[in-house]
Ligand binder design. Structure first.
Ligand code: PLP
Length: 397
């Protein structure tokens, strides 16, 4: 993706920033390197707003006003009300707020989720199960939740449905609008609401996100997947009646997320979002072109197979290789490429990726040999060609 900085020293608003040379970067679904405008906004906000947004002196009020301005600007970009946005430290925290809120309910009920969710959702299930919640994980044959499976799983005890919008291993895009409509229809017989949550980290600023049309009750987002800073994200809440904070102290974020707000990161998130939405269609078309290059070249080579379905985000591509994924990934790393052997830069990423691929219906070995390539709009054709060529060379042995 062209992160080959020739100059070791860049200047942002007179602040020298040391940039280290990076390998060819195809791991944007794990994290996307911070963009220039987001970085500049981060530095500028640190410099300009030094008070706590909760303080009542003039500097505090100024910081508070800037916090709210950023919230409004993010809400406008996404077509939401500013009151629907809760800033968090990232998507993991946003998801945890929703999942752990269930523990406050007087009696446990049913949770319907999928076998392809991110660990940030799945990791809550054992405790909820222990507390008496009935957990149904619907499969995703070919990468997609069958609406009929969701309809069959709904019962009178269902309180939460959690289905991610874009899968982080394969890029598969779920038809969230259709799935929500099934739940809304069922609610009519139930005469009570079911909370529909969609982890939308890999959809933000990309194909697969349509919050206004979906009518979900909650969704999670993360800045660092769209060239924003790490450690900031947000929870969209249309319906907050059943939601409890993980950290109530301080009462920030209208009582849903206590703790001093990370104003620089929030402003930088907003800048990254503006950058992402500027000329979005052209950027996505470019990425789709790179994705097609890899798909057509490697699907013509019988040592590889494309695991991502056709209806997938062009930003994410899962491929089965002739070697175990750790070996193949290591060989690519040694040749200067960053790809992922699994769903993220975590210790057992490969196991998680193969879990998703098995849930899609692939045999275990296919998952164990898979790698994930993920693009950003900074990726380019030359580096993509080089990646394809290198993958073929590795396969030649
Ligand atoms: N959900 C999905 C689909 C993701 O891809 C990620 C990041 O890997 C997360 C949640 C967690 O996001 P964060 O790093 O902001 O906690």
């Amino acid at each position: 993706m062209g992160i080959h900085f020739t100059s070791p020293l860049l200047h942002f608003s007179s602040i020298p920033i040391l940039i280290v040379a990076m390998d060819f970067y195809f791991d944007n679904a794990a994290t996307t390197p911070i963009g220039a405008k987001a970085l500049e906004e981060y530095v500028e906000t640190c410099r300009t707003y030094q008070a706590n947004p909760s303080s009542i002196h003039r500097e505090g009020l100024r910081a508070h006003a800037y916090l709210e301005e950023n919230r409004s600007r993010i809400a406008d970009i996404l077509g939401l009300g500013k009151e629907n946005i809760v800033f968090t430290s990232g998507a993991t925290e946003a998801i945890s707020i929703v999942m752990e809120s269930l523990l406050w309910q007087k009696t446990p009920g049913r949770i319907i989720t999928t076998r392809i969710e991110h660990e940030a959702v799945l990791s809550h299930l054992p405790l909820l199960k222990e507390k008496g919640w009935d957990i149904v994980q619907i499969k995703a044959k070919g990468g997609f939740v069958d609406p009929e499976d969701l309809a069959n799983a709904l019962d009178r005890e269902t309180r939460l449905v959690a289905v991610m919008s874009v899968n982080n291993v394969t890029g598969a895009i779920q038809d969230i609008g259709r799935l929500v409509s099934i739940v809304r229809e069922y609610e009519k017989t139930l005469k009570r609401k079911i909370f529909f949550f969609s982890d939308s980290v890999q959809a933000l600023g990309k194909t697969g996100l349509d919050l206004k049309a979906w009518d979900v009750d909650g969704a999670s987002f993360s800045a660092h997947k769209i060239a924003g800073p790490r450690g900031i994200g947000m929870l969209y809440l249309k319906n907050r009646s059943q939601i409890r904070p993980l950290a109530p102290a301080g009462g920030q974020e209208s009582g849903l997320r206590g703790g001093t707000e990370n104003l620089a990161a929030i402003a930088s998130f907003r800048a990254a979002l503006e950058e992402t939405y500027a000329d979005r269609a052209r950027k996505e078309e470019k990425v789709a072109g790179l994705n097609r290059m890899v798909r057509s070249s490697l699907s013509a080579d019988d040592r590889f197979s494309i695991l991502s379905p056709e209806k997938a985000s062009p930003y994410i591509l899962s491929i089965s290789t002739p070697l175990p994924s750790e070996v193949f990934t290591r060989m690519l790393i040694d040749r200067g490429f960053c790809v992922s052997s699994g769903s993220a830069c975590s210790n057992n990423a490969r196991k998680k990726a193969s879990g998703v691929l098995e849930a899609m219906g692939f045999p275990p070995k296919t998952g164990m040999n898979s790698i994930r390539i993920s693009f950003s709009d900074a990726s380019n054709a030359e580096e993509t060609e080089l990646l394809i060529k290198t993958m073929k060379e590795i396969a030649n042995g």
